[in-house]
Design a protein around this ligand. Structure first.
Ligand SMILES: [Mn+2]
Length: 509
């Protein structure tokens, strides 16, 4: 019952905040509106536990005045707790994976309403107060019960479809408000920020996770120029375009199965093309599922590769053994010959053939390994250096052992698959499945420098950088760490660098 009380309190809290905001907006604002239909696709994802507390924090921190008694100037719409929620979002647990999206939608709707109201306060003289009042009142009346409904169906999130429908209804109402305000101002240009917020909301409605923004974040941070500064010729092939497949339910226990299969084919041929041309291929993710196509494509050009898999996770669950259905936990199962007896036949993945042996992979940094994965590692004898071995031997010995295990003679091309979640969340927290106790910055850099020193790097994956998770500082750190690792892999060394031909001229006496 305490939980129900919390839910009621929360519902009333958020409802009241948005009511006040909407009512103020409607007093100031006029004219017509239109609405935009959106869809919510359920996406299995991580996590949520402390949601009730978090939502309660929103409630306790937001001043919630009585709509009828308050003066416009008295309304304060700031909440430091919202910032706090943003920081801890990626540690929230919930089986449906929908709650984080719902919280994000509620927050954005809250933010939109607040800003629109604040703006209306600032420019009330521009608005024709008499007009369109009826429309706006009707609209505001829609928003409040819809917030209430979303919150009610979140605790617990028993029916994902109901939750989807209710989030959609809320977003439609908030869209109404946005467009009514836009219309009232006749100043669409000054309201560009609303488009960004609405696009964010739409992403959450679609269950998009933000990891697709990783490559842009790395490019924006100067990836290409930093590699050029190291003396490399860099060709940026741009983003691969993936078609959106509408009807793509979970099948064979793989979420969005057709989409990931089709994407894999494209990644496969793109990587093959680059390696065929004698270049080192960097594949930026995105999530780790890209290696199904990436490693297969690499082997089509270079059959003799070995794989250095630096990750918190083993990513070798056969689909049937996966507890989440997320392809990014399974890519190696499609590629390793010895795993095939444990795989069910999936015709959509006929294009990928098992192409590497369990003996050709070395894991480094594991610390979140599923039972099926541990069983395969032991049964197949996959060289595995978890955080335990790193603590036991130190990173230098571990690397020697790992490289020797997969290639005693040190002649084979290396596919270095680097998952940012191998690093400790304290330095790279903006990632979908963070795990405590990861690699230190120094250990990560040492791995990268050692790979560079082999001179045998043939392909590099950098995956799971998610610039939408974590706070601003975490996002920046995560991108910076990824960038430093990439630079180290391509020759930047902490000992310092001599540019070609550099010398210190003697001074005349
Ligand atoms: Mn991974």
């Amino acid at each position: 019952m305490e939980r129900m009380d919390t839910v009621v309190a929360v519902a009333i809290g958020i409802l009241a905040a948005i009511t006040v905001a909407s009512v103020v907006a409607l007093v100031l604002v006029c004219r017509n509106c239109y609405c935009q239909q959106m869809h919510l696709i359920t996406l299995l994802h991580k996590n949520s536990r402390q949601d009730a507390e978090l939502i309660q924090s929103i409630e306790t921190d937001l001043p919630i005045p009585e709509p009828n008694t308050v003066e416009m100037d008295d309304i304060e719409f700031t909440s430091p707790k919202l910032e706090e929620i943003l920081q801890h979002e990626n540690y929230i647990e919930d089986a449906t994976g929908l709650v984080p999206h719902c919280i994000a939608i509620l927050k954005t709707c809250h933010y939109l309403t607040n800003r629109l109201v604040a703006m209306a306060m600032g420019c009330s003289q521009q608005i024709h107060m008499q007009e369109a009042m009826t429309d706006i009142i009707a609209m505001a009346k829609q928003i409040t019960p819809r917030v209430d409904e979303v919150v009610w169906s979140m605790y617990p999130p028993l029916d994902p479809r109901l939750l989807e429908a209710r989030c959609t209804a809320l977003v439609i109402s908030v869209n109404h408000l946005v467009y009514v305000v836009k219309n009232a101002y006749h100043l669409a240009g000054t309201l560009d920020w609303t488009d960004q917020s609405l696009a964010d909301v739409e992403d959450h409605l679609k269950g998009r996770e933000g990891v697709e923004l990783g490559p842009k974040a790395l490019r924006d941070a100067g990836l290409v120029s930093s590699l050029q500064n190291l003396g490399h010729e860099v060709h940026d092939y741009g983003d691969l375009e993936f078609e959106e497949i509408k009807d793509d339910p979970k099948r064979h226990n793989i979420n969005n199965m057709k989409s990931v299969s089709e994407a894999g084919k494209k990644i496969c041929s793109a990587v093959k093309k680059v390696v065929d041309a004698g270049k080192i291929c960097i594949t930026l993710g995105g999530d780790h599922s890209l290696t199904t196509g990436g490693i297969y494509g690499h082997t089509l050009s270079q059959p003799n590769i070995v794989i250095l898999w630096v990750d918190a996770h083993a990513d070798i669950n056969p689909p049937a053994a996966s507890t989440t259905g997320n392809m990014h936990g399974m890519p190696l199962s499609f590629l390793v010959e010895e795993v095939q007896p444990y795989m069910s036949k999936i015709k959509e993945f006929d294009w990928v053939k098992p192409c590497i042996s369990a003996k050709d992979i070395a894991y480094i940094g594991l610390r979140d390994v599923d039972p099926a994965e541990r069983w395969l590692i032991e049964k197949l004898g996959i060289p595995c250096f978890s955080m335990y071995e790193i603590d036991l031997y130190g990173i230098s010995t571990v690397l020697k052992m790992a490289l020797t295990a997969i290639d005693p003679e040190g002649r084979r091309p290396i596919h270095f698959s680097f998952d940012i979640d191998s690093m400790d969340p304290s330095i790279a927290g903006s990632t979908g499945t963070p795990a405590m106790g990861g690699l230190s910055y120094r250990e990560g850099m040492f791995i990268a420098e050692t790979v560079a020193n082999t001179g045998r790097l043939s392909a590099l994956d950098v995956v799971e950088v998610n610039p939408r998770l974590g706070n601003e500082t975490e996002q920046k750190h995560t991108v910076d760490v990824a960038l430093d690792i990439i630079q180290a892999v391509f020759g930047k060394n902490r000992r310092g660098m001599l540019p070609p031909g550099f010398f210190l001229p003697r001074m005349d006496p």
